[in-house]
Design a binder for this molecule. Structure first.
Ligand SMILES: Cc1ncc(COP(=O)(O)O)c(C=O)c1O
Length: 443
């Protein structure tokens, strides 16, 4: 009853200042008992919708809600305006053959090991310290250290690690403490659009430095910068690996100008041809901040990543991050500790890498057969193949014609016109049929 009357006031059926009929008449008109009506009116009075005025009856004292119309503009902050300007849009749509990048790959998820670890941890009491540690549970940081040092050639100790909700959250935390208007952040060009957007939202200037077939060109780095976002293991999106000589040159540059290198090691777990190169962080733990993410493998259930930084940076983040985000998902972090420490994650990755190698090979072979003129870059890691094209117009025309034929492609970003074909989420048969359809569309 109270809801009905409240709604009538909000819609203006009972106008402000209007007097309600007497209790008996109103109860009769509404088909409820007088007691029910009186209780409902008392409730509305306590909420400030009506007021009982003794003999002069009950009056409505709230104006109706404004009629729906265009709401006034939101009072956006400068950060929000920059974040919206740099937002990363998905091209949208559904395709019979969908090669667009950024799609979940169910086979990357270590379902059994994860379910067992999670069940075990959920059934046991969570140590109090694990809930309170601003860096994330020590068990997880220890397991992660062992994994990174043994398998990624890193040089980290638990006090250098901060657990986050993934790379995006790591970038945000770092941008907050190191960037502001008047500072310069450098990325590769082309780069991972979500990283550039997170850095640019800080208000700092973001400058792209050219990438060629060997990754970032160090001689084109600016004289000084605060941060450099770099994907040396598998450049995103060109998939090039940065050579040892270029790594040295970039490290020399960072030392010279006091910049931190944010090394995004996103593809190491997805390295399917040969061994992943060791991380640069192992060469220069004072200059390199390593960013890692389990969001590819654990994406169906959780987001999980980390920052491995010099202890003074980790300490800084431990003090600032709680303002925007507490330690994400402690239970997930504890399960992660177990799948890492038991070796289950590494065993799972061996199968993942075989699967990726096979699918990449199927896609390469199909492209060589049906689109032999395409300059496809054969990747060693990651989830997509990169195809540089001669001009922006040709890249967007390729995406458009493919879409028209039911084939989804991603257009490359930045100064290098290209298309990306993600392969890991598609079966070999779908890859072959999709390439045949693509070739027909572009014929
Ligand atoms: C270059 C690159 N870095 C990092 C990530 C992982 O980001 P997050 O942990 O925010 O999902 C991705 C995922 O698509 C990526 O492509």
């Amino acid at each position: 009853m109270a809801r009905t009357l409240r709604e009538a006031v909000a819609r203006g059926h009972l106008p402000e200042g209007g007097r309600l009929p007497g209790h008996r008449a109103l109860a009769g008109a509404l088909g409820v008992s007088r007691n029910t009506l009186v209780a409902a009116l008392a409730q509305l009075e306590s909420e400030g919708y009506v007021q009982a005025r003794g003999r002069s009856g009950t009056r409505v004292v709230t104006p109706p809600l404004a009629a729906p119309g265009a709401p006034p503009p939101l009072p956006l902050s400068a950060w929000a305006r920059r974040a919206l300007a740099g937002g990363v849009a998905d091209s949208g749509g559904e395709f019979e053959f969908d090669f667009r990048a950024g799609q979940p790959v169910p086979e990357l998820y270590p379902a059994r090991a994860w379910a067992q670890a999670l069940a075990r941890r959920a059934g046991a009491p969570t140590p109090h310290a694990a809930l309170r540690d601003p860096l994330g549970p020590l068990d997880t940081r220890r397991a992660l250290c062992a994994f990174l040092n043994a398998e990624r050639g890193a040089r980290v100790t638990p006090d250098m690690l901060l657990l986050t909700g993934g790379t995006q959250s790591s970038l945000d935390a770092l941008a907050r403490v190191f960037l502001e208007e008047g500072r310069l952040a450098v990325t590769e060009d082309p780069t991972y659009p979500s990283a550039r957007a997170a850095l640019a939202a800080s208000g700092a200037e973001v400058q792209g430095v050219r990438v060629d077939g060997g990754g970032l060109v160090p001689s084109e780095l600016p004289a000084r910068a605060t941060l450099l976002y770099l994907t040396p293991g598998c450049q995103y999106p060109t998939t090039a690996a940065l050579s040892a000589a270029r790594r040295q040159a970039v490290l020399g540059w960072a030392r010279g100008c006091g910049a931190f290198i944010l090394e995004d090691d996103y593809a190491a777990d997805l390295h399917f041809l040969g061994r992943a190169p060791a991380v640069m962080q192992g060469q220069a733990p004072g200059e390199v901040i390593l960013l890692g993410s389990f969001s590819k493998s654990l994406a169906p259930v959780t987001r999980s990543g980390f920052v491995a930084a010099p202890p003074e940076v980790t300490e800084l983040l431990a003090r600032t991050r709680p303002l925007t985000d507490r330690v994400p998902g402690v239970l997930d972090a504890l399960a992660l500790a177990d799948v890492l420490a038991s070796g289950a994650y590494s065993r799972h990755l061996r199968g993942v890498r075989q699967m990726l190698a096979h699918r990449a090979e199927v896609l390469l072979t199909a492209l060589a057969e049906h689109l032999p003129a395409w300059p496809v870059v054969p990747a060693r890691a990651g989830l997509h193949l990169y195809v540089p094209l001669p001009g922006e117009a040709q890249a967007s025309e390729t995406v458009r014609r493919a879409a028209h034929a039911g084939v989804g492609l991603s257009a490359g970003d930045g100064g290098a016109p290209s298309v990306l074909l993600a392969f890991a989420h598609l079966s070999p048969e779908t890859l072959r049929r999709g390439v045949r359809r693509l070739a027909q569309a572009l014929a």
